[in-house]
Design a protein around this ligand. Structure first.
Ligand code: AMP
Length: 398
């Protein structure tokens, strides 16, 4: 196989990340990575790092909208300083109930996925925009979609099905999960010794947790949308549905238009809740840890709620897996917040989970369980872009 430059585009609700890999037989070398962040805010950031992680660009541009943001990315890619891509892999949170396989993107496929925007309302519109732009700007090369829902396709019906009337189930309302590309990358990194009974906690600004049996997803915390599951930076996670009805009725008093009221409710549960909502301070774990040191009780409650929820979820997954061999922490908090890992695991000794204080004092990949812990506890980085490159290489050779 010759060397193929493969571009990965990974958009969040207000960011576009990109990386360019050179892929050849068995080798994947990242030659550049970068991001535009803070789209639609006054806090725009644009950075590019080279193959050895040196910052080549570090700017604070005004980013009024996604088209200005994406132009920065395409201008950098067209500058002649990096090879032109031979293919593009796009990360997509959800393609709805009909697009579940990673595959080549066509205009019809984009329309199909767009019709299910409600399944990832903060992520799908920007991802769809970027796919259309990429097809327009790079018409001669193949584009592929890599779905987060792909990893979770193995969940049994009893896990996927939601206890709602059949008419809504028939519309595709069920558990799909998210962060699938991250989970896939953890299983990939554990090969060839993937434990039979594995729990992975992806704890970033968005947070979720999955039970994985023999390398395949058995259960995951996020539901139809990334708002479900465990509490995260700005999202409620699972919540008594009566709370939503209560808030919606309050909103509807001032906002009679149903769509507008639903949008406002979405803002409450997706952007104003979670760690931010409980602390009233920040969705960023670093800020909360600082505030806790300064004696802020609400920050303490927010972080306690976060750790407690995750510990509960781990307990239920141990029951579901009928035991546990390994627990992996990943994502920005999972990789870096030593205290969260310690606090989550503190009460889990009866499940065979024992974290070693000294081993847990480092950031980044490590084994952090004690020598005799029945369950191995590890920290790994999510290698999402690498997984997307692997999918693109596979799909190109089919
Ligand atoms: P992600 O969405 O995976 O980028 O993760 C973002 C989250 O990771 C935020 O809550 C950050 O506060 C948290 N995080 C990143 N670095 C650190 C760190 N050094 N210590 C504690 N939390 C961190």
């Amino acid at each position: 196989m010759t060397t193929l430059p493969i571009l990965v585009l990974n958009s969040g609700s207000s960011s576009i990340k990109f990386s360019l890999y050179e892929a050849s037989d068995g080798a994947r070398n990242r030659i550049v990575e970068g991001a535009v962040d803070g789209i639609g805010t006054d806090l725009g950031k644009f950075w590019i790092k080279d193959a050895v992680g040196e910052k080549q660009v570090d700017q604070t541009p005004v980013l009024p909208n996604r088209s200005v943001a994406f132009k920065l990315v395409t201008d950098a890619l067209n500058s002649g300083e990096v090879p032109a891509p031979a293919a593009i892999g796009h990360r997509m949170v959800s393609g709805g109930p009909t697009v579940l396989e990673n595959q080549r993107i066509t205009p019809q496929l984009i329309d199909e996925m767009e019709s299910y925007s409600a399944f990832a309302p903060l992520h799908t519109p920007i991802a769809i925009y970027i796919m259309r732009e990429a097809l327009r700007m790079f018409p001669s090369i193949p584009n592929f979609v890599c779905l987060d829902t792909y990893f979770h396709r193995t969940m049994p019906e009893v896990v996927k099905h939601m206890p709602i009337p059949e008419e809504y189930s028939a519309m595709g309302v069920r558990r799909y999960g998210a962060h699938g590309v991250s989970y896939e990358s953890i299983v990939y990194q554990l090969q060839p010794n993937v434990p039979d009974k594995l729990i992975v906690a992806h704890l970033g600004n968005g947070a979720s947790i999955s039970a994985i049996r023999n390398g395949q997803c058995l259960d995951t915390s996020m539901g139809l949308t990334p708002t479900g599951g465990i509490i995260s930076g700005t999202r409620t996670g699972d919540i008594d549905p009566g709370v939503l009805i209560f808030i919606l009725r309050r909103i509807a008093k001032a906002t009679p238009d149903a769509d507008e009221a639903a949008d406002k409710l979405e803002t409450v549960v997706s952007k104003r809740s979670g760690l931010l909502g409980v602390s009233g301070l920040s969705n960023d774990m670093r800020d909360l840890r600082e505030a806790i040191k300064a004696g802020n009780a609400k920050a303490r409650l927010a972080v306690d709620k976060f750790c407690w929820t995750i510990a509960r979820w781990i307990g239920s997954y141990v029951a579901e897996l009928n035991g546990l061999d390994m627990l992996v922490f990943t994502g920005g908090i999972g990789e870096n917040d030593i205290d969260s890992r310690a606090e989550i695991c503190a009460g889990l000794g009866t499940l065979g989970i024992f974290v070693d204080q000294a081993r847990n004092s480092v950031r980044g990949p490590a084994v952090i369980s004690t020598e005799n812990s029945p369950v191995t506890v590890r920290v790994l980085s999510p290698l999402e872009d690498l997984m997307i490159v692997n999918h693109v290489v596979r799909l190109m050779s089919e």
